[in-house]
Design a protein. Structure first.
Lengths: 317, 474
């Protein structure tokens, strides 16, 4: 097990290296000048050129990359001239709201998807199943920002029960924090829930057709226990896989959701940084998002063993 | 001017400033404002830094205009009025300005504002800012005594007080000498001024907060424009940076924000029809069409004339901002500035909207069917919408027109490349002084052969009247 984990962690290095090269190349080859963003749209060409030189933007891109990589290896992601603070500090400040939002969105998705998908599978062909299928189709078709604006219009503007936008840390004020996070979490988690419901339904349906379910039923195992213990646990693998894979969509979805709901998370930071061509921050955030994505999938792989005891990560043949 | 810059579609009201009646209404009813309340303003963009000497961004001025104060300012009629200087004299040759400072004005750190601070602040500003470089090149600021400051100019100019009192961008703030000196050409990081509000904090991408300054020493007189008594009427101002336009409107409607700046034109009806809101609009942006005069077909003035003849501006501006939020003018300044800057040059040829004549002109030039590249940006919706209509109008006179859209940072780079386009639709911020208009510069989009001699003569005008004479030439 430990060897497996070490191997997997080591395998992150080439992936991260490739991602860093790609990201570095893309953002440096994209037109747009951070010096211009600092000095304003009507600053003279001379002033912009002087600042670009001072910021080291005129050095060859390979030199810039290795100088950045060197710093990253020592844990220094660089300094943002716009935020006027180190990138690590900026990311740390914006990471918490994003993690809270993603976790809550994931909880929303799982809380909706697992019971709904299981019931739809159990009562296949019934009205519950048809309704579930319809709602999930709608959920998959509606982009999260449209859902977000609809929720905002309904709950914040018309009903006035929740705030339109903004953020309060739930750790300092749990109730107020949740009031701000619940709409974005639903809008972000909604799409994921739709996808997850369909996966759960398919997986549970598969298991329900297995012989051992019939056997259990003939032994007199009660229906509820049968469904949630015997079936769901065995259907867990595909569900877990999908949760891991869709974590990426939570990160990308947060770009839009955070902007609409004005949450000061990594998504907002990334969007604003792209707009002002704040290279060190863009690189830092993308690198972190990649790392998070890889780690979540590593955790999911490890959880397979928990869900299915037959799976062993060992060197034994 | 007309040839260089024919489409002067002026978008009056690129920003709608909206005030919620919860604040304004109750204050009106009781006759007194709630001075313990804080004002929350949803602002669309955050400034790159808070130093107007370095940054040309208008957000920089918006955030700091209540913290920093200039020597002189303007009233609602655009007349120069005292602020930190209580009076001033101009020598007969127009080269020496002497400012007498108000005594007893404190900086937010509790120190007394003296001539030493003014000299340090304005020497730096003269060197770094656009208006400073235009009017104070080679000028020497000096302290006569603790409360008297003098500036010796290399040449007289009517623009000195205009530049010092500017409030659109690159204002001329007075800060403690040690802060100005320590910053050099970098943006200042300590925000300490003499204004009615003190700087509290700026959390990047989140908010910027100001508190009322209780020891504020206002200038005497009723508030009028930026002049007069500016004592704070609220306990503080919180600027929330809300990039999404729809969110700003919804937040305003639910009372989360007291004021929302820059309402998207599409949302204007929501706001205008909402009785709990007070909407106001003011002109800020000139939406301009730039010809690439360095390369391609528009290096020829006759080709530019043909396009100028074809365009029908009302359709362009209606598509860009809606029919209520623009005025057309042949002038290169805002309509509201016509008291100071007016000229009939080009008026007879403005907005001819004659595609048939234009087509004939192109045919004479042998340019029929020629391909034309327009560049624009979707980050400023009005630019993009205007670009689409211009494309259509030019297609109708037989040109083969493509429209390339970029995000704003890319656009600012592409527009500097003469090989990348023929026409560019650019929203420009309005200026107080025609001499600082960007399209006169050869390093800006369009690549105008800068009229240096005219500009020098204009800037050297001793009086506004004399400058106005050169305005026709420009």
């Amino acid at each position: 097990m430990l060897t497996y984990i070490c191997k997997r962690i080591l395998s992150l290095i080439p992936v991260l290296t490739v991602v860093s090269v790609v990201i570095f190349s893309i953002i440096h080859l994209t037109p747009g000048n951070p010096a211009r963003a600092i000095l304003g749209p009507e600053a003279s060409a001379e002033a912009v050129a002087a600042l670009a030189e001072e910021m080291g933007l005129n050095r060859p891109i390979v030199v810039q990359y290795f100088s950045w990589l060197g710093s990253v290896l020592t844990g220094d992601l660089g300094y943002s001239p716009f935020l006027n603070r180190p990138v690590t500090e900026a990311i740390a400040g914006n990471l918490v709201p994003t993690l809270q939002l993603s976790t809550l969105a994931l909880l929303v998705a799982v809380a909706i998807a697992v019971p709904l998908g299981t019931l739809a599978a159990r009562y296949r062909g019934s009205i519950v199943d048809s309704l579930t299928q319809g709602v999930t189709l709608f959920g998959l078709a509606v982009p999260s920002f449209v859902l977000g604006l609809l929720l905002m219009l309904t709950f914040a503007v018309n009903l006035r029960v929740l705030p339109v936008a903004g953020y309060t840390n739930p750790f300092t004020d749990p109730l107020e924090g949740l009031r701000y996070l619940i709409l974005p979490a639903i809008s972000l988690g909604g799409v994921l829930a739709a996808f997850l419901t369909r996966t759960t339904r398919a997986a549970v349906m598969d298991v329900l057709m297995a012989d051992y379910i019939d056997a259990a039923r003939s032994r007199g195992v009660v229906e509820g226990r049968l469904l949630f213990r015997h079936t769901l646990r065995n259907a867990g693998l595909p569900i877990l896989t999908v949760i891991g894979l869709t974590f990426g969509s939570l990160v990308t979805g947060s770009l839009v959701t955070e902007t609409i709901f004005n949450i000061p998370g990594l998504g907002t930071l990334l969007v604003n940084s792209i707009e002002r061509r704040d290279y060190p921050v863009i690189q830092g955030v993308v690198l972190l998002a990649t790392l998070l994505y890889l780690l979540v999938n590593l955790v999911v792989d490890l959880l397979y063993a928990v869900v299915d005891p037959r799976i062993r990560y060992s060197e034994e043949k | 001017m007309r040839q260089r810059f024919p489409v002067t579609c002026v978008a009056g009201a690129a920003a709608l400033a909206l005030l919620l009646s919860a604040c304004g209404g109750s204050a009106e009813a009781s006759g007194e404002a709630d001075t313990d309340a804080r004002l929350t303003i949803a602002y669309p963009a955050q400034p790159p830094n808070l130093d107007p000497a370095v940054s040309t961004a208008s957000a920089t001025v918006a955030m700091t205009i209540n913290v920093w104060e200039p020597l002189v300012t303007r009233d609602s009629q655009d007349e120069i009025q005292p602020m930190l200087a209580e009076s001033w004299e101009i020598s007969d040759d127009g080269r020496t300005y002497t400012f007498h400072l108000r005594e007893g004005v404190l900086f937010h750190d509790g120190t007394d504002m003296t001539s030493e601070d003014v000299v340090a602040s304005l020497s730096r500003w003269s060197e770094l800012s656009g208006p400073g470089q235009a009017y104070f090149s080679g000028a020497a600021w000096s302290a006569v005594d603790d409360y008297t400051v003098q500036v010796e100019l290399e040449q007289p100019s009517f623009g000195v007080l205009l530049a010092l009192s500017g409030d659109r961008e690159q204002t001329a703030p007075i800060m403690p000498a040690e802060i100005a000196e320590a910053a050099g050409s970098d943006p200042v990081t300590e925000i300490i001024g003499t204004g009615p509000f003190t700087f509290v904090e700026w959390e990047a991408d989140r908010h910027l907060s100001l508190d009322r300054w209780d020891d504020y020493q206002p200038v005497e007189g009723e508030p009028d424009g930026r002049a007069g008594d500016r004592t704070a009427q609220v306990a503080g101002i919180d600027y929330e940076f809300v990039t999404d336009g729809a969110t700003r409107v919804l937040g305003l409607q639910t009372g989360e924000y007291d004021v929302a700046m820059d309402i998207p034109y599409d949302n204007a009806p929501d706001v205008l029809e909402d009785e709990s809101l007070v909407a106001g609009s003011y002109p800020v942006i000139l939406l301009n069409l730039y010809y690439n005069k360095a390369e391609g077909m528009f290096a020829d003035v006759e080709a530019r004339r043909a396009i100028d003849t074809a365009l029908e501006r009302d359709s362009i501006m209606t598509a860009a901002v809606g029919e209520d939020f623009y005025t057309l003018t042949h002038s290169m300044m805002l309509d509201t500035q016509s008291g100071q800057w007016s000229s009939d040059v080009g008026a007879d040829q403005f907005n001819q909207a004659d595609p048939a004549a234009a087509e004939a002109m192109l045919e004479d030039l042998g340019l029929s069917g020629e391909s034309v590249r327009i560049i624009t940006t979707q980050d400023y919706g009005e630019s993009y919408s205007a670009g689409v209509v211009i494309q259509e109008q030019l297609r109708n006179i037989g040109l083969d027109v493509s429209l390339d859209t970029y995000d704003w940072p890319t656009f600012t780079e592409v527009r500097d490349d003469p090989s990348a386009y023929d026409l560019a639709v650019i929203p420009n911020t309005a200026k107080d002084d025609p001499g600082t208009l960007v399209f006169f510069r050869d390093d800006f989009a369009g690549f105008t052969d800068s009229p240096d001699e005219l500009l020098a003569a204009y800037r050297a005008s001793a009086t506004l009247e004399e400058a106005a004479e050169h305005y026709d030439g420009l």
